[in-house]
Ligand binder design. Structure first.
Ligand code: CAA
Length: 297
């Protein structure tokens, strides 16, 4: 697909990642559909996108004059067929459940034009497993973004054994339009990024469980001692503890004991402490997203 064939992008799922992906697509000038199952989620996503565009404009990283038009390019809808039928490239960012993704991709194959790439933002599942029930498995490709999407520069392109050269070329063209760099990775549990990132996060939880240091000090140690831009607990709260736990469970199943889930992480998820998105994770946040001091776990 040439760059010019790429006009309309559809993003499925309007959570943290879906909203960010829709935002960078619209910033690249693409007509963007953002689909979710309910209007409240879409409304929230629109607010997140508006806030991020404003922030970028204030910092001089995006023209203030383009903010309204960019926001207007994002069309939110709960009508799946209306969102995907006109699409030149679909990116799925729905929950990390294989059966849900497979059902969604079967519908995508039915409703989109033949050859339109079907991307998944999965952070750990196998592309071949998602593509398994499709007739044309070559259309499925991993398009893995990073949070916060408008700031992070990478798209990790994950190639299943059947991912076609056309899907790869289209993904690289899409990344260019979105202003992102790419790496190519053959599918393997956790790809390159999630596998390493999950392991660092998991080890931090194990250290906290065994009382080696406080969450704040472990975060501080990695930031100031190892120059990580954020600590592993800040990262877990950003990514979402539920998302992180489901990745770790999957890596445990596929790669073994190194990835055995942390009981503390499981407990926080059971208690609904899912991270920044709900105002409480390892740390606690006020309504504006600022951390409340000393409210650490
Ligand atoms: N939209 C627009 N701008 C944003 C933003 C957003 N959503 N979030 C942050 N920014 C901007 C800020 O305005 C700020 O701009 P200036 O530098 O011009 O001031 C800049 O980004 C830095 O932000 P902050 O000053 O608030 O804080 P910071 O310096 O700590 O940076 C961060 C924040 C960019 C998130 C940085 O901490 C960082 O890079 N953290 C690591 C993020 C990371 O590793 N993400 C990957 C997570 S794993 C994943 O996503 C994959 C997965 O599969 C789940």
């Amino acid at each position: 697909m040439s760059d010019s064939a790429l006009k309309t992008v559809t993003v499925l799922g309007s959570g943290i990642m879906g909203a960010g992906i829709a935002q960078v697509a619209a910033m690249g000038g693409l007509d963007t559909f953002l689909y979710d199952v309910n209007d409240a989620a879409l409304e929230k996503a629109r607010g997140v996108i508006a806030g991020s565009l404003k922030k970028l404009a204030e910092k001089g990283k995006f023209p203030a004059a383009d903010v309204d038009a960019t926001l207007a390019r994002v069309r939110t809808t709960t009508d799946f067929a209306a969102a995907v039928t006109p699409s030149d490239f679909v990116i799925e960012a729905i929950p990390e459940k294989l059966d849900l993704k497979q059902r969604t991709f079967v519908e995508l194959e039915r409703l989109t034009r033949p050859g339109v790439p079907l991307g998944s933002n999965t952070s750990s599942l196998m592309i071949s497993a998602i593509a398994e029930p499709l007739r044309d498995k070559g259309r499925v490709i991993g398009v893995h973004f990073f949070n916060p999407v408008p700031v992070m520069r990478l798209i990790e392109i994950v190639l299943g054994p059947d991912s076609s050269p056309q899907a790869l070329a289209a993904t690289e063209a899409l990344a260019k339009v979105m202003g992102k760099e790419t790496v190519r990775v053959k599918e393997a549990p956790g790809f390159a990024t999630s596998r390493i990132n999950a392991l660092i996060g998991l080890e931090a939880f194990r250290m906290l469980e065994s009382g080696i240091a406080s969450a704040e000090d472990i975060d501080k140690a990695l930031k100031l001692g190892l120059n990580h831009p954020m600590g592993p607990f800040e990262m877990a709260d950003l990514v979402g503890l539920d998302t992180r736990l489901s990745t770790i469970r999957y890596l445990h199943k596929t790669l073994g004991e190194t990835f055995r889930p942390s009981p503390l992480m499981e407990k926080l998820v059971e208690e609904g402490r899912l991270g920044r998105k709900v105002g409480r994770g390892v740390y606690t946040y006020d309504a504006k997203g600022n951390r409340i001091p000393d409210a650490t776990h």
